[in-house]
Design a protein. Structure first.
Length: 394
């Protein structure tokens, strides 16, 4: 199993200048190649990686782009491979058309393959550098691990990171268990489990909202041409964003690791977060909860450790469906946190939804049937479950 290990590092002034120059060249080559391929596309022609690689060689020989020779050629070739992957995904309809990289908004990064770095005795030296990087080894690499690729990046807060992709033999399937859990996401509580447990929503962005608003107001008052003062204000706002992101990611990693270790089967709802955030009143809270990141983290860890994640159709009425008798409530506004079914059972809204998700997911595992929403008939106004029960009685 290949796994990336990410570390902070503190470059010297010369290393920082060289890496910044590399980031700029990587962005320039990517944009030039994208422009060339777009023009060829307009002429109903196709350029592949080999063609853009030959174009890169020609660009280096021109007086205008001679500065591309001052950085390692490995990151420049890698960005052409990334562009090829972007076009492959576009033609396969897995992604949109590739976009140009912006100097201000695009991620500052460069990727090195084995020919572009030297890793010996825990010391990493990149091409065109005389000294190794001063890496903060916050956790050890797997014993005997040798990186296949190294990615250097800088975030908006000015922090430098290096990511090492290695083979990790410690990632093996966990012993099988009988545990199964339904997971319902929310805002008041981040998660409600079918076991009845509720996990509080930390609201990381809400806790730092006042500091963030102050930093953003100060940044807004700086004129675009204010130079160092504007850059300083921008970094202060970026550091608050980075603090929020780091705390959120740390909490999600701990939570998903615990769920994957304790349960063999995990059932979640297939929510379309991009549509939910269109609600202006809830968009900020939904983004702060990071439901999409929670799901993706849960899925890849389950794949690592031999667990199963089942997704239930978003139209399945998990909240309005009684987990005791199968009846469906007519209406259940968001402000109603507890409700009583006609059978006399009182439900906690979120826990009941988690129980229904678990039951639906186990049904999929048992018989392979799809989880379809139980819609009301336009003729009778009753759910499909109730109509089937009436037919059996008759």
């Amino acid at each position: 199993m290949k796994r990336a290990f990410r570390y902070r590092f503190h470059p010297t002034d010369a290393q920082a200048a060289g890496l910044s120059r590399t980031f700029g060249c990587v962005r320039k080559v990517y944009n030039l190649a994208l422009d060339a391929r777009s023009q060829a596309w307009a002429r109903q022609e196709r350029l592949n990686y080999n063609a853009t690689s030959a174009m890169l060689t020609a660009w280096k020989k021109t007086e205008e782009l001679a500065y591309l020779n001052h950085v390692s050629s490995v990151p420049l070739q890698q960005t052409l491979r990334h562009l090829q992957t972007a076009f492959t995904n576009f033609f396969a309809r897995r992604a949109g058309y590739p976009r140009f990289k912006s100097r201000k908004r695009s991620r500052r990064s460069a990727e090195y393959t084995t020919s572009g770095f030297r890793f010996r005795e825990g010391r990493l030296t990149l091409a065109k550098m005389a000294e190794p990087l001063d890496i903060v080894w916050s956790r050890p690499l797997p014993e005997g691990a040798v990186p296949s690729t190294v990615t250097v990046s800088q975030d908006a807060a000015g922090r430098w990171f290096v990511s090492l992709l290695v083979e990790d033999p410690t990632v093996t399937p966990l012993p099988a268990t009988d545990g199964a859990v339904g997971i319902d996401v929310g805002l008041t509580h981040l998660l409600a489990l079918s076991t009845g447990e509720k996990i509080t929503n930390p609201r990381h962005e809400h806790r730092d909202r006042a500091r963030l608003a102050l930093a953003q107001r100060r940044l807004a008052k700086k004129a675009p041409g204010d130079g160092a003062n504007r850059a300083k204000a921008r970094r202060k706002a970026a550091k608050i964003h980075a603090r929020i992101t780091d705390r959120r990611r740390d909490h999600l990693h701990k939570l998903t690791t615990r769920l994957v270790r304790e349960n063999q089967t995990l059932v979640i709802e297939d929510l379309t977060v991009r549509n939910l955030v269109k609600n202006r009143r809830l968009a900020r809270s939904i983004s702060d909860a990071a439901w999409s990141e929670l799901r993706s983290t849960l899925e890849y860890k389950a794949a690592w450790y031999g667990r199963e994640v089942i997704t239930v159709d978003r139209f399945f009425p998990s909240t309005r469906l009684c987990s005791h008798c199968g009846g469906i409530a007519e209406k259940l506004p968001l402000n109603v946190r507890e409700w009583t079914c006609g059978c006399g059972t009182t439900h906690d809204r979120d826990v009941n939804a988690a129980k229904n998700l678990l039951a639906a997911g186990l049904a999929v595992t048992a018989c392979g049937a799809g989880v379809r929403p139980q819609r009301e008939s336009s003729r009778t106004g009753r759910s499909a479950t109730k109509q089937e029960a009436l037919r059996r009685e008759l």
